[in-house]
Every structure is written in structure tokens, then in C-alpha cells.
Design a protein around this ligand. Structure first.
Ligand SMILES: Cc1cc2nc3c(=O)[nH]c(=O)nc-3n(C[C@H](O)[C@H](O)[C@H](O)COP(=O)(O)O)c2cc1C
Length: 198
């Protein structure tokens, strides 16, 4: 396990999959990695819908952790809005098609979008976990543009070959992939790697 001293930003947008965001933040904090969260207004609605908990309740728990910090979606004066503030990169999980379209076109009208834009311009790690199905050609072109700008596009796809037993297994796999894509681990834990043995 590698130790990050610069913070990782977790952007949470309003696609389905709030559990992925919750588990990503939990995993970063378990690893004592400095973590900064920013959540869109739509994501707060999805959070309540999917997790039967308000985002503020999750925030209250995370704020107990000394390595955790958060900023409001409209707080464009937050340090992460500037390229001069060092970060170890950002993951947007889950990533809505609205946020994908904005990032693809350099739109930076809220703190989540601005921070993603900063990661691209500063050539820092940016990982997007886009969630929508099916995808039309505009979604696909936007994702391609972001990939070409240097980001990792990491759809939350199950590894069926690992024979997941439920949502917890799916979530653990995706979060493991995110941790590797952020450069915080070299490889997935052995039980999440394909071994060829069934
Ligand atoms: C319960 C719920 C589920 C949603 N799921 C998705 C989704 O999976 N993918 C997506 O792109 N948008 C989804 N949306 C729509 C987005 O929330 C909406 O487009 C919003 O404007 C996104 O804003 P944001 O990018 O600022 O978070 C969902 C909305 C709700 C209320």
C-alpha cells in the first residue's frame, strides 16, 4: 500500500451509484489518505433515494476523521479550485452524463467541475466512473474527448469472472479499481484478480 500525502478529491455527481461514492470515501479514509469531498446538488437527491440516508448524515460521520475535508458545490473559492493547490488527483464517482458533458467541454461552473478541469490542465490523475445505460453517441464522444485529454474512464462494470455474490462484491471491485487508477495501489487485492482457477 502506498501512502499519499497530498489529498485525493472525490467528486460525487448525480448518477446512480451513491454507494460507490460512499465506499470510495470510506476506503480512502481507512487508508488514512487525506480526502476532500465535493457533492453536486443532484447527487444529494440520488444519495437520499438510494441509501436511505442524507448526504449530510454521511458528512457528519466523515468529518469525525482527521483526514477528511469537504467543500460546498458552489464554493469556487475553495483551494481545490486552483491549480496552485497540490492534490494527488480526483475521482468523480459516480459520474453523471451531465458532468461528463461539462468536463468534455471545459465547463467549470461549479466546484466539482472546476476541480476536474484543474486536474486536466495540471496533468493530474483524473478518474471518471460514468454511469448511464444505454449510451448515445454524444455520451460516447464526450467520454472519448475526456479520455484523450488524459483522464481514465472507469465504468462501474462487474467482473463476472469473479462470480460476485452481491452488491458488496461489485462495489468492492469497482472501488479497488478506482484505488489502482488513482495510483494509490499497484494492483488489486489477490482475491479481486483473475487467477484462471474456478
Ligand atoms: C435517482 C436518480 C438517478 C439518476 N441516475 C442517473 C444516471 O445513472 N446517470 C446520469 O447520467 N444521470 C442520472 N440522473 C440524472 C442526473 O442527476 C441529472 O442529469 C443531474 O442534472 C446531474 O447533475 P450533476 O452532474 O451536477 O450531478 C439521475 C437522477 C436521479 C434523481
Amino acid at each position: 500500500m502506498m501512502v499519499a500525502t497530498k489529498p485525493v478529491v472525490v467528486g460525487i455527481s448525480g448518477a446512480s451509484g451513491a454507494v460507490l461514492a460512499r465506499e470510495t470515501v470510506n476506503e480512502l479514509l481507512r487508508r488514512e489518505i487525506p480526502t476532500i469531498a465535493v457533492c453536486s446538488n443532484a447527487a444529494r437527491l440520488v444519495w437520499q433515494e438510494e441509501l436511505d440516508q442524507s448526504y449530510n448524515e454521511a458528512l457528519a460521520e466523515w468529518r469525525e476523521h482527521p483526514q477528511f475535508k469537504d467543500y460546498g458545490i458552489g464554493d469556487l473559492r475553495a483551494p481545490i479550485a486552483s491549480g496552485t493547490f497540490p492534490t494527488a488527483g480526483m475521482v468523480v464517482v459516480p459520474c453523471s452524463m451531465n458532468t461528463v458533458a461539462s468536463v468534455a467541454h471545459g465547463l467549470a461552473g461549479n466546484l466539482l467541475l472546476r476541480t476536474a478541469d484543474v486536474c486536466l490542465k495540471e496533468r493530474r490523475r483524473l478518474v471518471l466512473v460514468p454511469r448511464e445505460t444505454p449510451l448515445h453517441s454524444i455520451h460516447l464522444e464526450n467520454l472519448l474527448a475526456i479520455s484523450r485529454a488524459g483522464a481514465v474512464i472507469l465504468p462501474p462494470e462487474p467482473a463476472f469472472y469473479l462470480k460476485p455474490q452481491g452488491i458488496d462484491d461489485l462495489v468492492r471491485f469497482v472501488v479497488g479499481r478506482v484505488i489502482v487508477a488513482l495510483g494509490l495501489d499497484d494492483a488489486l487485492p489477490p482475491d479481486l484478480q483473475y487467477s484462471g482457477e474456478s
